[in-house]
Design a protein around this ligand. Structure first.
Ligand SMILES: [Fe+2]
Length: 295
């Protein structure tokens, strides 16, 4: 199967795969091996509806359910645009398919994706892969940027590796949402999505390499004064997101991009979201293991 590497450190493009037609065990394994090595895989020209996207993702494990999000401050959960709960709506559209109003809280909630993050690090059972499919892309902007946190870990000075080994960070969706402001969770939402704790350095099972597990949901280091932990996390994120580590993906309609949340971070970049439509849909595979400690 032809593999084209899109960045010196990671990211592969695999062509000649048609997920909608169904894939055999060999192709399924080929995608897995590519992911283990490259951490991000681009599969262009995929003609998927929600069911076929879900079926492709479910080959790799159980899928997360998209949580309710409200449209008004403190209001009830907004009606869903996408019926299937295993699809995360990563668009700028409301339930009727119109672009979200500027004061719609869903806009603020989704804007949190513009911070460097790893999907679902705020869950104790966090995510392995995210699979994001481009249904409608705007004419300009809206690249997704990725970094490989194994490469970033490898490049850290030995003194920093020694300093962070064994540390545990606390992650919360409400921490990253509070950083940009604009979305206020209800008490029920806070209760439904409590923080989670994960080692700062974990071994990526598919490659055996150590990876930083950090980013915008990480609020502090367990057992450290909050400001010191925050400063360390910020320092590591700044280190890991230096230009040499970043791949920016320019989306084309039909692209399916898979990334491994255990060893990458990503962020959305802005576009003219009041005038153009961006309809992206994500399926997310749950990590059913306890997560591997650093090697
Ligand atoms: Fe994300």
């Amino acid at each position: 199967m032809p593999v084209r590497q899109l960045h010196p450190l990671f990211v592969a493009e695999l062509t000649r795969i048609d997920l909608a037609a169904g894939i055999d065990a060999r192709t399924q394994g080929e995608i897995e091996r590519t992911m283990d090595r490259y951490a991000v895989t681009v599969l262009p020209d995929q003609n998927l509806d929600d069911e076929k996207q879900i079926a492709s993702a479910a080959l790799y494990g159980p899928l997360e359910v998209s949580p309710p999000v409200h449209s008004q401050d403190g209001g009830p959960a907004a009606a869903l645009r996408i019926r299937n709960p295993h699809i995360f709506d990563v668009s700028n559209l409301d339930e009727s398919g119109k672009t979200l109003d500027l004061d719609d809280q869903r806009r603020a909630y989704r804007q949190g994706n513009e911070l460097w993050h790893t999907d679902s690090s705020f869950r104790q059972k966090s995510a392995t892969w995210s699979m994001l499919h481009a249904r409608v892309v705007p004419p300009a902007g809206a690249d997704t940027e990725f970094v490989d946190t194994r490469a970033a870990y490898d490049a850290l000075p030995d003194t920093m590796k020694a300093r962070i080994g064994g540390l545990v960070a606390e992650h919360s969706i409400w921490h990253s949402r509070a950083r940009l402001g604009g979305y206020t969770p209800t008490d029920e939402e806070r209760k439904a999505r409590p923080p989670a704790r994960h080692p700062l350095v974990r071994r990526h099972p598919g490659s055996g390499r150590n990876a930083l597990y950090i980013a915008s949901h990480a609020s502090h280091i367990v057992g450290w004064p909050e400001d010191e932990g925050r400063a360390l996390i910020d320092e590591l994120v700044a280190f890991a997101t230096q230009p040499r580590f970043v791949y920016a993906h320019p989306w084309r309609r039909g692209d399916l991009v898979i990334w491994d949340n255990r060893c990458t971070m990503h962020r959305a970049t802005p576009f003219e979201s009041s005038t153009h439509v961006r309809d992206m849909r994500r399926a997310t595979v749950i990590d059913t293991t306890a997560g591997a400690p650093a090697a």
